[in-house]
Design a protein around this ligand. Sequence first.
Ligand SMILES: [Mn+2]
Length: 319
Amino acid sequence: MKQGVIIGFLGKTQDRFSEYQSPKTTREKLETVTKIDGFDGVEMVFPYENTTPEETGALMKEYGLNWAAINVNVKKEAEWVPGALSRAPKDVRDRAVAMIKKAKDFAKAVGAPHVTCCPLSDGYDVLFQVDYGKAWKYMIETVGEAADYLPEIPLFIEPKYSETRVHCHIDSTSKALLLLKEVGAKNTGITLDMGHSLQSSENPAQMLCTIYETGYDAYIHTNDNDTKADWDLIGASRHFLHYVELMFWAREYGYNKYFTTDASPRIFDMVDFFNRHSDITRGVWKLAGNLDRKGIRQLMADENYDALMKMVNAEIYRI
Ligand SMILES: [Mn+2]
């Protein structure tokens, strides 16, 4: 298994009330990645953490790191704070699509495998705010145009229920899959963020299987939360069995992309926080690999629920 991190979390972060950690340059963030056991993958936020492909590629090489993904940000610029890909003004949407295209150019130039986009600001805060039908139509158009550009760099869409809008348009894995089906481009996938999936009242393992069975590719962000908000906690700190089940099915489907950490240290020591996340993620991957996969699949085929619950108690919880 391969682990990486969204390096934006290796610098200063903030919420409405507090600021956490201290500002870091991209070089300093990459140096921190090398201090985390088992991490060598980088998801970089475009265009805010990179310079030219040549310079950024050289920096990655200097630290011996690999590209997990390019994360294109279409929410930070002032005009996109209220939304980007679904907005009524065409020029606002066009500039958001152009940014995704630039991210694809950058990904190709540095050799990153794909671009992921989480359209967090596209949604609404109050009722009677947006024209839902038009917003949906615009999302299909804009994501379609971005997906069709440079098809050798696939575009992954990351759904989330809430934040920065109170209700994001792409509010569940199923909605993201419907969007991709409407877009109809093959070179697309879903970024399954464990915490986003939980916040959408989903079971992440079931949604991973649903993505694959619908014919799309999947890329996994690891973290945890209390299901009410996207707290970006250490993996398995609240949903251990969900983590094991996600890893079990990731193995069943031959998942071989990075497990990219989308977790925020906030009040915890930066390197300790990510080392604990790395420990549990590697440990759970190993635990899932030691399970009797053929036996479990047979018990499911036989609908032997009692034997499956006994397996969970004995082999996973070890009680
Ligand atoms: Mn994520």
